[in-house]
Design a protein around this ligand. Structure first.
Ligand SMILES: [Zn+2]
Length: 181
C-alpha cells in the first residue's frame, strides 16, 4: 500500500480533506484512544501514545499489543481491512482492554514484557471489548440515528462469542458470564 500522505500540502484543499477525512479500519475507535491517552495524562502525567497499524506481511494473522516506555503499539492482523467492521472493532477494543488492564504497570514496562497475558487479563480484555463496542453502538444510535456501527445485543454477543471461541477457547465461559454481570 502506498503512502497516501505524501505531498499532502501540495494537494488542493478538497483533495487534502478527502485524504485525511477517510477512516481506515486501523484508525477505528480513534476517539476512545484519545480518551485513554487523556486519562493517562490526567491521572499519571504521562504523554503516552497509542499507535495502531495494520501489519503489512500477510503472514501476520494475529493482532497484538506491545508496550514500550512512552507508547504502545497495537498491530492488527494484515487482513484487517477485509474483516467486517464489528469484528475488527471488537478485536481492536480487546487490545485496548489489555492497555486499560495494565494502566498501573505502564511506568514499569519491563513487567509487561511477558508475551503471554494471564487468563484473567484475557477475560478482562474481552469483557471490556464487549462493553466498549456496546457503548459506541448506542452512541451511534443516538447521535446519528442509524448507520453501520449499530449492533443489537444478540448480534454483538454472538460476534464476541465466536471471537473468544476462536482466540481464547479456555476462557469462553468466563467471558460470556462476565458480560451478563
Ligand atoms: Zn488478548
Amino acid at each position: 500500500m502506498g503512502n497516501k500522505y505524501i505531498d499532502l500540502s501540495q494537494k488542493s484543499p478538497k483533495e487534502a480533506a478527502e485524504i485525511v477525512g477517510e477512516v481506515e479500519k486501523s484508525n477505528y475507535l480513534a476517539h476512545t484512544i484519545r480518551e485513554m491517552e487523556l486519562a493517562l495524562m490526567r491521572t499519571r502525567r504521562m504523554h503516552y501514545h497509542i499507535f495502531v497499524y495494520a501489519a503489512t506481511s500477510p503472514s501476520c494473522t494475529k493482532s497484538k499489543i506491545t508496550f514500550f516506555d512512552y507508547c504502545c503499539e497495537i498491530r492488527l492482523a494484515a487482513n484487517c481491512e477485509k474483516t467486517d467492521d464489528r469484528t475488527i472493532r471488537l478485536i481492536l477494543a480487546h487490545e485496548l482492554g489489555h492497555l486499560i488492564y495494565n494502566f498501573d504497570n505502564l511506568k514499569n514496562p519491563e513487567i509487561l514484557e511477558n508475551p503471554t497475558p494471564s487468563q484473567k487479563e484475557e477475560a478482562f480484555a474481552w469483557i471490556f471489548a464487549y462493553h466498549l463496542i456496546n457503548v459506541k453502538s448506542a452512541y451511534h444510535k443516538y447521535t446519528h440515528g442509524g448507520g453501520r456501527f449499530i449492533y443489537s445485543t444478540p448480534e454483538l454477543k454472538d460476534a464476541l462469542s465466536n471471537l473468544v471461541r476462536k482466540k481464547n477457547p479456555t476462557i469462553h465461559g468466563d467471558v460470556m458470564r462476565g458480560i451478563e454481570e
